[in-house]
Design a protein around this ligand. Structure first.
Ligand code: FES
Ligand code: FES
Length: 162
């Protein structure tokens, strides 16, 4: 079996993993690092359930080979809460009722993290565009958009108070 050794940072922690060369980043995270928050949906780049941040940009982990993550920085949903305090987006998704079965939620939140880094005060269209690759079959999206706006407001207030 062809193997590859990958050294990467996940949620601020360095890891070196030797794994099958054809394995995707999705399975490296789930099988080798036991980070099950990154969801295994379609495995073909259609649903966005596996979205993680790779060097700060949202990617479908099912379309990235583990070897392509060598030397890079990955953030998964497990990396967002700090000191047992939820990230404002996690909090806002709960507040707005934007979570039902929750399968899409990690991916949606990571896509939203990337959006708010680029556009701290997004309008509806920017939110819709940023989340276009993340499918949700439960919520109808309205509450998800509300949640992103709520988080943007909370984050702006945190910046003011810093
Ligand atoms: S599991 Fe990766 S996009 Fe669906
Ligand atoms: S909450 Fe169920 S798929 Fe989005």
């Amino acid at each position: 079996m062809n193997e590859v050794t990958v050294t990467l940072t996940v949620n601020g922690q360095a890891h070196t993993v030797t794994t099958a060369a054809q394995k995707t980043l999705l399975y490296l995270l789930r099988d080798d690092l036991h980070l099950y928050g990154t969801k295994d949906g379609c495995r073909e780049g259609e649903c966005g359930a596996c979205t993680v941040l790779l060097d700060g940009r949202p990617v479908n982990a099912c379309l990235v080979l583990a070897g392509q993550a060598d030397g890079r920085e990955v953030v998964t949903i497990e990396g967002l809460a700090a000191d047992d305090r939820l990230h404002p987006l996690q909090h806002a998704f709960i507040q707005a009722g934007a979570v039902q079965c929750g399968f899409c939620t990690p991916g949606l939140i990571l896509s939203s993290v990337a959006l708010l880094e680029q556009h701290p005060h997004p309008d509806d269209q920017q939110i819709r565009r940023a989340l276009t690759g993340n499918l949700c079959r439960c919520t109808g999206y309205t509450k998800i958009i509300e949640a992103v706006k709520l988080a943007a407001g909370e984050m702006a207030m945190e910046v003011e108070h810093d």
